[in-house]
Design a protein around this ligand. Sequence first.
Ligand code: NAD
Length: 490
Amino acid sequence: MSTTVEHTSVEAGPFIGGRFVESSGQERQDSVSPATGQVVGSFALGLPADVDRAVAAARDAFESWSSLTVFDRCRYLERLIEEIRNRREELARLLALEQGKPYRLEALPEIDETIANIRVAVELAKYLEGTVPQLADPRKRAFVYRVPRGVVAAIQPWNFPLGTASAQIAPALATGNTVVALPAPSTTLIEYEWARCFEAAGFPPGVFNLVTGSGPVVGDAMTAHPDVQVVAFTGSVATGRHIAARASGKAQLIELGGNGPVVVLDDADLDAVVPDALQSTYGAAGQSCTASGRFLVHDAVYDEFAHRLTEAVQREIKLGLPFDDATTMGPLNNAPLAEKLDRHLGTALDAGATLLTGGGRAKGFPTDLYWEPTVLTGVTESMAVAVEETFGPIAPLQRIASGSEALELMHKSPYGLCAAVYTKDIARGLTFAEKAPSGLVNVNSRPGDTETHLPFGGRAGKLSGIGKILGRYPMEDVFTELKLISLKLG
Ligand code: NAD
């Protein structure tokens, strides 16, 4: 099998104050494609001194950027959209090579999602308003302004690098904040190329900055920096908890993991559940916070569902190279994740679960990160594959006796990001959804089925995050704050 894809090597480093600059650190890290094993380029391992420079540039740019009208700021974001559109195929190609996702099916759509996220921010930022409240004192007037907070530290995961970056950064910029971004190490090159679009769009120096490097070094320096007012983070629970503690006192938008329970009730239309299950379990090779991480299936339809899902997986999911048009699922992004999947599968099999199809690393590919689409039956609550975030292409099927049992299991789960329930009885579905402890619950569609203007985020009290991203919500709740100015007449 041919293992290389033609590409130009990308040598990434910081983008600070409107220029691509040298990092203060001398060390670099290679970026290796999970799909082909080839070195795609390298990036500078930034140091806290780089963060200081980037935050200073963002702080210096804040006053003039926040003084522009929202209409003027949005003109820059419109130009950014144009630059991304002009480089759509090129960006998608690098995204597929560096991240591993199929080019046509997932990388191009992520570029389009990036544009859509910016477009939503451009549209909605213009409608934010302050108020002129009534007062008890007739000699006074008061004005409640909605003002940007300042410098935003924006930290992204590797699964949807540009999708998540745009969801954090576009609303932050549209509302008048300035940004310092940190990409995940394994998707640094694509964010570096994205920074070129900011440069080409002519943003004023310091409005958008990027520092490359490792989370514990660059990220720690960003989240505790005294001149950073907001931390926007999308990533794992462990890192999110660390960051939330470190950034205490700052405004926070923290988007973490989930395990997307799909509840299939006894009257579910399996013709609808199976295609959705294929998309939400094996799309992004399961590496999505909205993936279906577990299936809670009523005893009455369990065997039929298991049979139909297995057949559909064998027939329709084609594991392969990202640039092969027949591919519907690419490799995993990184080795630690593949090892976690091996562990989740191995411990489940040891504890009595049975494989219906798939079952671990696929052979005959350029790297050992190709993991077979898998269906696992006889899963119980004692297994990590059922209760943790697996983040891979495994459908663990667990038998339930009733909808209330499913609700009980969901309440016990530490996660509460998104969920789905399938039933032909709409009233029953709605009642279930109202009781389910998740930030998003879909009746008769997959857990992650939503749109870019709607609120997205975990339920309070669970470990899936704090605050809502997408739509007008982060602009109102995180990237702006209310400021009261009152004056005495005469
Ligand atoms: P991760 O937590 O390992 O890394 C995320 C980012 O945090 C990276 O950029 C990393 O460099 C940085 N980081 C690491 N240590 C840091 C530190 N000490 N300080 C500051 N930053 C630090 O997560 P990941 O593996 O890249 O992403 C996968 C996770 O993201 C999954 O759990 C997934 O569910 C979650 N996710 C959530 C959403 C959502 O919207 N809720 C969306 C996508 C992904």
